[in-house]
Design a protein around this ligand. Structure first.
Ligand code: SF4
Length: 142
């Protein structure tokens, strides 16, 4: 997939696919899938571009299941579509995790820089006070 989302993730393409090979909700694929996984429901959500909802139904556990493809009377390529969707969702989650890690790293760097600036200003302030005291003493002792 090389990081490129599958074209059917565009809703209009997904809708066209659904029209071309409509699911008749016979449930045959669900009976072939491992318990708790519903390729029928995940497939419907995926073609509608709703990957997070498909994820909530166990998309991450999906692996190609030729038995599901074989029993589908509409000849829907469930295995391939769901496998592409699983990879795409994983890619999105990794991108989100990288973005969040970067955001945290930049916030930490900004906080460290602000602390360095505060410390430098405090040192500069202390130096100015010390210099003023020294000048006053010099005038007094002159
Ligand atoms: S086997 Fe095919 S037609 Fe039947 S529910 Fe599954 S996807 Fe739909």
């Amino acid at each position: 997939m090389n990081g490129v989302p599958p074209p059917w993730l565009a809703r209009e393409v997904g809708a066209a696919l659904a029209r071309a090979a409509p699911c008749i909700a016979c449930g045959a694929c669900d009976r072939e899938a491992p318990p708790g996984l519903s390729p029928q429901r995940m497939h419907r959500l995926v073609l509608d571009g709703r990957l997070p909802e498909a994820e909530a139904l166990g998309l991450a556990q999906w692996r190609p299941m030729p038995a599901c493809d074989a029993v589908c009377p509409s000849r829907i390529p469930l295995s391939g579509v769901l496998e592409d969707a699983r990879r795409e969702q994983a890619r999105r989650q990794e991108a989100r995790a990288r973005f969040e890690a970067r955001r945290i790293r930049l916030a930490r760097i900004a906080a460290e820089e602000a602390e360095r600036r505060r410390a430098a200003q405090a040192r500069a302030g202390g130096d100015a006070v010390a210099a003023a005291i020294a000048r006053a003493r010099a005038r007094r002792d002159a």
